[in-house]
Design a binder for this molecule. Sequence first.
Ligand SMILES: Nc1ncnc2c1ncn2[C@@H]1O[C@H](COP(=O)(O)OP(=O)(O)OP(=O)(O)O)[C@@H](O)[C@H]1O
Length: 316
Amino acid sequence: MSRLRVGLLTNPTAASGTAHRVGRHVAHLLRLAGISVVDVSGPTAHIAHARAVVLRDTLTALVVVGGDGTISLGADVVAGTPVRLGVVPAGSGNDFARALDLPVGAPEESVRRILQAMSRPVVAIDAIEISSALEDGPPSRSLAVGNLSLGFDALVNARANRARRPGSARYTVSVVQELRRFSPIPYWIEVDGGEREEVDASLLTLCNTGVFGGGMRLVPDARVDDGALRLVTLAGLGRADLVRFFPRVYRGTHTDIAGFDVRRVREITVGLRDGRSLRTYADGDPRALLPVTARVLPGAVRILTELRAPAGSACP
Ligand SMILES: Nc1ncnc2c1ncn2[C@@H]1O[C@H](COP(=O)(O)OP(=O)(O)OP(=O)(O)O)[C@@H](O)[C@H]1O
């Protein structure tokens, strides 16, 4: 019988450089289990991605060690292929891990579950494909498995990435700082090929997992395997209401706030009506400038974990 062959992609910079050590440990654990491990990590994300793509057809699975950005990098490598994606969360925020109930800070348990899932039926999750909608701009396309931030949360993400504080604290502090100068953003949106709509929103986020910012559960009932995304709009709130809104998102008690709206969508195109330039963020990293088109890729990523059952499906 041929040995299973796994590509290992560690982001040495994740969680302020501590993921490097976790990656070495994971390689050791996989080899102990009789797996042939080929390290595709590199000095930059671009090089690691290219190495993984070159070897992709020879792999049974790609295991990524890092945070949300590294997971989306790995997802981009395997999307639409039979290669399965294993995740060892070793980032700062680990929102994807929170959303899928993956063990955090426990590489032995992560590897144990990955190996277990390899002998179980395929589990596939949806992904978000993001592309620039600028007609005369350079083509840009990227993939995310978490969420696409299109406004306030993108500004917060940019600020948090510049901050030195660790973990979710830097996101919370960035929310407060960004709120000081924030006013609602005038968007146009086209949803699933429909008419163009005008929306002035304090928050516009396209969610697959619905978890971001180090544990905010923006869409508590989001599913990653339902072939659809959730478009969250928050409109009509003043600055003081917004200050109260974000702590409630951590507690998950925000969904009944007037002005909070969640729509099930497959594809959106979003732009700004005031001509300013705004960079979107997905899975913690900068993506295309608005306007962008984002669509669901149903079941694009075969993930090495079990998913919780849909609400209401439990046996009585
Ligand atoms: N050598 C590298 N290999 C892979 N990714 C790299 C590398 N160097 C820099 N990066 C970049 O680091 C970014 C951030 O890493 P990642 O999201 O995994 O960690 P984090 O920011 O600590 O965690 P989280 O997103 O969960 O808060 C990645 O999206 C990737 O673009």
